[in-house]
Design a protein around this ligand. Sequence first.
Ligand code: HEM
Length: 221
Amino acid sequence: MGTRAVLHRGPKTDQIERYTPAERIAHWLTAGTYVYAMATGLGFFTPYMYWLVEIVGGGPTARFWHPIIGLGYVFTNVYLHHQWKSDLKLIPEDRVWLDKVKYYITNEDDLLPEQDRFDAGQKLFYWGMLYCAVILLVTGVVMWFPESIGRSWHWVLPLVVIIHSAAALITIGGLIIHVYMGVFMVPGSVKAMTIGYVSRGWAILHAPLWYKKVANGRTVK
Ligand code: HEM
């Protein structure tokens, strides 16, 4: 779909649409399905986390829904990909941003190349989650129907379990950073993902190239 944004000027608004309703629905469906699959998966992974499984109705219920909602997560991820793929494509400037990422950490953003709708860190998070979703899907389906594997191939099952768990742990690490950045480090982001809009100042500070594209009040592709 590419970048679509509109600058609304008016008495109450000097707000830029950052996420369309479809994008927000896709994002929160992805988040909801992910959190359910992650919580129940953690409960299966270690007895210390089994209380998470009890919250959602106990072992058999969680075992039934985990793969189905996990599949839902993959589908919503594909929907998200369909909406954002062009905005999240890595471009050569992203390498420069990543080489200078220490300035992002020290809050010296003026020493970084200007970023488009998403910065290189957000893009890496996105692609990491997507590749892990593919790994979780393939390994998850094998674990869902173990009887479909021929006897001579049963030795792969423990490997599949390890790969599935490793991919899940990577996504958990990524999500902790994602939520921390969105909720605590970049004020205005949660509003962007709930109401859909950011202020002009937010856009200039966090996504200056994107701001320049939308600043004329045009809808751009
Ligand atoms: C579960 C709790 C989650 C919360 C609280 C959350 C919060 C947010 C917020 C506030 C933004 C807006 C950031 C901005 O505009 O700069 C955002 C964007 C985004 N979210 Fe989430 N999110 C969650 C889960 C997920 C999951 C599971 C994925 C999986 C793919 C995901 C993928 C993305 C992507 C790709 C973006 C756009 C780029 C970025 O900001 O990283 N989110 N999220």
